[in-house]
Design a protein around this ligand. Structure first.
Ligand SMILES: CC(C)(COP(=O)(O)OP(=O)(O)OC[C@H]1O[C@@H](n2cnc3c(N)ncnc32)[C@H](O)[C@@H]1OP(=O)(O)O)[C@@H](O)C(=O)NCCC(=O)NCCS
Length: 172
């Protein structure tokens, strides 16, 4: 299937989006999209965004964003030195990101990630966030995020972050 990677094809998850067939190879992420994502959106626990083709309601990829905080002490010392000495700092959590296996390897994962980073940057101009953090589900996911310059937290390598300063440069 040839994908049309345009931002108009990414939208907040709605009831009418078809999620039953979504399969990214990770049962927990599949079940999240099918069973939990709408509730999280309604309760404002997470904001799920989905990618569909213009002529179909079938979800081919998704990600979620939420506000979060991180303890400053978990950041690498060189970054810590540049920051105010508050115990905790505001960040945006990219909680989940996944692509249906029928369209993997066609750039959709990267497209969703860039869209999530752009949305995070825009919202940080209204509600501050000094980084985007991700919770990688396994080492393959960790290596995906590292490919895009995310760095691991000191004590929890499967949690990674990208400073907002670097995200600003991406879109400059
Ligand atoms: C990880 C995932 C989102 C990648 O999606 P995708 O659409 O297949 O990836 P893309 O085609 O956009 O790949 C973009 C780039 O990332 C690279 N890449 C993809 N998966 C990678 C991985 N696991 N490790 C390192 N690099 C990876 C590609 O080689 C490509 O690099 P290039 O542009 O330099 O050629 C997808 O495999 C997936 O949904 N996996 C299961 C769920 C998951 O692990 N989600 C992440 C944690 S919540």
């Amino acid at each position: 299937m040839a994908l049309s990677l345009v931002s108009e094809n990414i939208a907040p998850l709605k009831k009418t989006h078809e999620r039953k067939t979504f399969d990214c190879g990770n049962d927990r992420l599949n079940a999240y999209l099918r069973e939990q994502a709408r509730q999280d959106a309604e309760k404002r626990v997470a904001a799920p965004f989905v990618f569909t083709q213009a002529d179909s309601p079938v979800v081919l990829g998704f990600y979620t964003l939420s506000s979060s905080i991180i303890p400053v002490a978990e950041l690498p010392p060189d970054l810590m030195k540049q920051l105010p000495r508050y115990g905790q700092l505001p960040v945006t959590l990219l909680g989940r990101l996944a692509v249906d296996h029928s369209v993997s390897g066609q750039g959709l994962g990267e497209f969703l990630l860039v869209n999530a980073l752009h949305r995070s940057l825009q919202s940080s101009q209204q509600i501050a966030a000094m980084a985007v953090i991700v919770e990688a589900k396994d080492q393959r996911a960790e290596s995906f995020y590292r490919h895009f310059n995310f760095q691991s937290f000191q004590k929890t390598p499967l949690r990674l972050f990208l400073p907002m300063g670097q995200i600003v440069k991406l879109f400059a």
